[in-house]
Structures are given as structure tokens and as C-alpha cells.
Write a protein that binds this ligand. Structure first.
Ligand SMILES: [Zn+2]
Length: 121
């Protein structure tokens, strides 16, 4: 089961945001909390490989409700995270309370790529 993703939507202009106290568009503090479907798509990704042992990817994910978030993608090797990869919030203990949202890859495409990756091991 996927973790829940709670986001805010501005009552004035309808802009969706995440972990904000003010609307990023009109600076209103009149925000409603909503539960996101949580399925997003990677729109930009970087592999951080400064330290080999902790190589990880840092990605920007767009959610269907209209906001984008910087996320940490787990579950696949960082170089397999690409633009267009479908993701959803990771369950339970992987989430940090204050850090980047942790997401895991979901969907058919992921399975194919993971299988291919395993096949090369
Ligand atoms: Zn607003």
C-alpha cells in the first residue's frame, strides 16, 4: 500500500503546494489540506555521485494535482531513474519528517527496467 501524500490547495486561486504555509502564487495563508493520489512522474533528475557508496538520485516529480516536488527516489539504481518514470510515495519508515519526500518507482516500465538491470548483474 502506498503512503499518503497530503498537500495544500489555496482557497483563493486554487494553486496546489506542499509543506508550505503560504500559497506560492498569491501568498494567501488560506490553504486547505487534501489527500493526493500520490502518483507522480519524474520531470527532472540528477544522479548525485560525489560519494560512490551513497550514490543516489535527486529528482523533481510532478504530481497530477499540479505541484512539483524535489524527491528522493528509492527502489531502483539511480541511473535508471529517468524523466517520465512513474513514482509514488514510499511507505513507512523511509520517509523523513523534514527532508525530501521519498518516493519509489511504480508501474510496468519500472518492472521492465529492473528486470533488465538484474539480468546484467
Ligand atoms: Zn493562492
Amino acid at each position: 500500500m502506498a503512503a499518503e501524500l497530503i498537500y495544500q490547495r489555496c482557497r483563493w486561486c486554487g494553486t496546489a503546494s506542499f509543506r508550505r504555509l503560504l500559497c506560492p502564487a498569491c501568498a494567501s495563508s488560506d490553504l486547505d489540506s487534501h489527500r493526493s493520489d500520490g502518483r507522480g512522474v519524474v520531470v527532472r533528475t540528477n544522479v548525485l555521485s560525489r560519494y560512490r557508496r551513497t550514490m543516489r538520485s535527486e529528482s523533481v516529480v510532478r504530481f497530477p494535482e499540479g505541484f512539483t516536488l524535489r524527491c528522493r527516489v528509492i527502489g531502483v539504481p539511480p541511473h535508471l531513474v529517468r524523466e517520465g518514470t512513474p513514482v509514488r510515495p514510499a511507505t513507512g519508515s523511509d520517509q523523513d519528517a523534514v527532508g525530501d519526500l521519498v518516493v519509489e518507482v511504480c508501474g510496468v516500465r519500472d518492472t521492465d527496467e529492473r528486470e533488465r538491470w538484474r539480468g546484467r548483474q
